[in-house]
Design a protein. Structure first.
Length: 408
């Protein structure tokens, strides 16, 4: 890399200026000569003076990089984030002049690409590298590396520690005065998912509500590309401050787009809370959106779970009898059998479906759904005058629930 003196000499001669013409009226030709020879070091004031005389930014004279160098790297980062391809981030890591923050973002990008292919070891390495580059950085920058680490932990089965990391990062943003919307959105979305993994529906719904308030809308990728095109145009026109704003908005929107599939969890968590609170119309809206987003992102198990929850809600609302989705596992089959019991018109069919549902829930839970199906079968038997059988069902169901409790 060239020195300040070498750059000063090159820029001066390119402009056809003598040392005296560059130096006067504030400095002497001898001073310029000593700088160019590397015998003296220019002060900040001298650098600013010579940069003004050469009609360049002082950073370009000091570092050798053009004034728009950082912005062009930001633009390249935005393009890489749009593609989501690890190769683009790795190529960018070889660029000269990347800041620590920009290097961190490259590692975050590679980490999320590794998560997408279930390479948890590589993802963990990349998010740790991002953390290394962000030591001492503001909390809203470090939050995105924390989100990645938490995603790895959750995929490894440690949702509880993931919740701890995400909560600490969220609280630090608020406490230190860095409530960056992009960072908060990512933290709340991942908190909603992690709490859902733990079966903590109340905390999941709270995080989901916060996330959905921050989300910009249903088409973040379209919005991001619009900002990116605007940034390119402004950069080409030399309007650097405006271009920087547009590129920053593009990068924030691209980050939101990567969370788009996870917003399904947020809609589901909020929908279930609305259902418990008897806001059936709100629950219907959220669960319908969750089912669509799960389907779009290929999360079929979650789509079926949500479709079954929607079916139960529609039954309660008196909407036309729903078609039940094809179950993908025994618990989903048990849920479907319970719904078939609710839809059945005669007692024999209701009993058969409830017995099948209890059998499906007995070994795997969830405990609340097992208890509900047991109570519904006992009520059905009691109404049919079969009180002794109802009592036996309740006793057996209580024993099954206690056994499942002891296993958790």
């Amino acid at each position: 890399m060239t020195s300040v003196g070498e750059r000063l000499h090159r820029l001066r001669t390119e402009r056809g200026m003598s040392q005296r013409e560059l130096a006067e009226p504030r400095y002497t030709a001898a001073f310029v000569s000593s700088l160019e020879a590397g015998k003296r070091t220019a002060s900040v004031e001298a650098l600013e003076y010579f940069a003004q005389r050469l009609a360049i930014a002082v950073d370009e004279l000091r570092t050798g990089r053009a004034a728009d160098h950082w912005l062009r790297l930001e633009l390249a980062l935005a393009v890489a984030e749009a593609a989501g391809a690890p190769g683009a981030f790795r190529e960018l890591l070889g660029s000269e002049g990347l800041s620590d923050e920009q290097q961190a973002w490259c590692h975050v990008g590679i980490g999320h690409a590794a998560l997408a292919t279930a390479d948890l070891a590589e993802a963990g390495i990349q998010f740790e590298s991002a953390d290394h580059h962000l030591v001492g950085a503001a909390p809203h920058h470090r939050a995105h590396a924390t989100v990645g680490r938490a995603a790895v932990l959750r995929r490894q089965g440690d949702a509880r520690y993931a919740v701890y990391l995400l909560t600490e990062a969220r609280d630090e943003l608020t406490r230190t005065g860095y409530p960056d919307p992009s960072a908060l959105l990512a933290l709340h979305v991942h908190l909603a998912v992690a709490h859902s993994d733990l079966g903590d529906d109340v905390q999941a719904a709270e995080a989901a509500e916060s996330a959905l308030l921050l989300a910009s809308g249903p088409r973040p990728m379209t919005i991001a590309r619009g900002h990116l095109d605007t940034g390119r145009t402004l950069l080409a026109a030399g309007r650097l401050p405006e271009a920087a704003v547009a590129v920053g908005q593009a990068r924030a929107a691209f980050r939101e787009a990567t969370l788009h599939s996870l917003l399904a969890w947020c809609h589901r968590a909020r929908g279930l809370r609305r259902k418990r609170d008897w806001d059936r119309e709100g629950a219907l809206t959220d669960l319908t959106m969750a089912e669509r987003l799960f389907a779009e992102s290929g999360q079929d198990d979650r789509r079926v779970d949500t479709a079954l929850e929607l079916a139960e809600l529609r039954l309660a609302m008196g909407i036309a009898e729903p078609d039940l989705p094809v179950a993908g596992n025994p618990v989903q089959q048990a849920r479907a059998d319970r719904l078939r019991a609710l839809m059945a018109s005669d007692g024999v069919a209701k009993e058969q479906f409830l017995v099948a549902a209890i059998g499906g829930f007995r070994d795997r839970g969830p405990r609340p759904e097992l208890a509900r199906a047991v109570n519904e079968l006992a009520d059905l038997l009691e109404a049919a005058g079969r009180g002794d059988e109802a009592l036996r069902v309740l006793r057996a169901g209580l024993a099954d629930v206690q056994r499942l409790n002891s296993q958790t």
